[in-house]
Design a protein. Structure first.
Length: 144
């Protein structure tokens, strides 16, 4: 319910892959905030009214193979409701954009945007923006 009440080991196991370093987990854990009240109520079984998907808008649905919160069937059901196919990223956990292989997810999103929307002439085709090292931890060490 709140970062201060969470055990770091449990958060690590729930959100990150084993391959993600403790330094990276600690770096992000210090920045976590309480979850949305609506999300908490929905997870408790309140079953908030579902939204109607806009099927005219293209959607990329990504799931994490090692996700402890959102199981593969839910990701596939979401994709099906948008008339697309779910893509499950291997060897990554729930916090995909913070996990050790965040660049794999970022590359896929970038490629999907280019495939779906086209590539403006001025946009570079390479993934130079993602070829940098992951963010440094508070102590300055990389999270490899």
């Amino acid at each position: 319910l709140a970062p201060m009440s969470a055990d770091a080991y449990i958060v690590r196991r729930a959100l990150f892959s084993d391959e993600t370093s403790d330094a990276v987990v600690d770096h992000y854990l210090a920045r976590f905030q309480p979850e949305s009240t609506l999300v908490i109520l929905d997870l408790m079984g309140l079953d908030l009214p579902p939204s109607t998907p806009n099927r005219a808008t293209p959607v990329l649905v990504l799931g994490a193979a090692d996700d402890m919160f959102v199981f593969r069937g839910a990701v596939e059901a979401t994709a099906e409701s948008y008339r697309t196919k779910a893509e499950i990223v291997p060897d990554i956990a729930h916090a995909m954009m913070l996990d050790h292989a965040w660049q794999v997810v970022a590359y896929r999103m970038l490629d999907w945007l280019r495939e779906t929307l086209g590539t403006p002439a001025e946009a570079p085709r390479e993934h130079a923006a993602f070829d940098r090292d992951p963010p440094a931890t508070a102590g300055g060490a990389r999270g490899d």
